[in-house]
Design a protein around this ligand. Sequence first.
Ligand SMILES: Cc1cc2nc3c(=O)[nH]c(=O)nc-3n(C[C@H](O)[C@H](O)[C@H](O)COP(=O)(O)O)c2cc1C
Length: 329
Amino acid sequence: MTLQTRAAARLSVAPMMDWTDRHCRVFHRLISREALLYTEMVTAPAVIHGDRDRLLGFSPAEHPVALQLGGSDPAELGAATRIAAEWGYDEINLNCGCPSDRVQSGAFGAVLMKSPDLVAECVAEMIAASPVEVTVKCRIGVDEQEPEEILPRFLETVAAAGVRRFTIHARKAWLQGLSPKDNREIPPLDHPLVHRMKAAFPELHLSLNGGIASLAAAEAELAAGLDGVMVGRAAYHEPMNILGAADMRIFGAGAEADPFAVARALLPYIEAHLVAGGRLHQISRHILGLFHGRPGARLWRRVLSEGACREGAGVELVEKALAEVEAAR
Ligand SMILES: Cc1cc2nc3c(=O)[nH]c(=O)nc-3n(C[C@H](O)[C@H](O)[C@H](O)COP(=O)(O)O)c2cc1C
């Protein structure tokens, strides 16, 4: 499974709180059979004490899927990893990149860039508890840190504890004064630094993250020697543009996805969700970008966003939206 997950990591969809939930991942999986999908971050204490069905439950259709954990207590992370592994995740990832206040107060996320020794202790516990590969997602540094100096030390220290695969969000995080959103936009991207890390650590599997806006841009990074590319916002807002041809172009498998077929293939999943007491909106909010940049994109978005919250909204609404897009072709 490690090898399979590594291969899938050539292109991955980033962990995004409130966005890459299980419904979103099922939708993405219908577009790309091959890409690696990450969950939203779940904190280790939540896994240990919380509602596991809600936090960890996922559909077998989502494989290969990686769980991202947040935490900074080695024993807690080990315990959470043990539990998560039982649920059948293909990879467990430690978040060392998230700068939100809530995360800082628990002393984890991007602040861990300042404590590589603690991260090494954390991943050692996780590796001991995990039958699947343990990976790390990090930044290039935080606050006044000098990325060129601290990033190699971070990678070296964490690799010495057994991690062989990292995803690097190629910008700093400012722990004070910037909102999480600003922290994804304002600190400048430094893609060349990630390439230099690959040259310095050829034995590590390194994925680049941050600002990749097209499949062609992802292909260029891979061609330039990186092992993987992780795409966040673009994959969410324009899933067909990033994932639609990924199986063919990145993985040399399968054909280009058709957005109409994707929407139709999602209908039974939506139906099952509704029968189980769920709401249409919980799924349809993730698929608004399906026709991004294509004829009928606005109609699709409008029909779904206006109708999905109504009491009793069901698959007919998605069928209606599809018919309108088809008519607009
Ligand atoms: C809504 C949203 C939620 C996010 N939540 C997480 C998270 O839970 N864990 C994490 O490591 N990064 C999180 N991120 C950061 C992304 O994983 C990614 O690193 C960032 O968006 C940069 O990639 P992009 O430019 O391709 O979007 C989030 C980003 C967004 C937009």
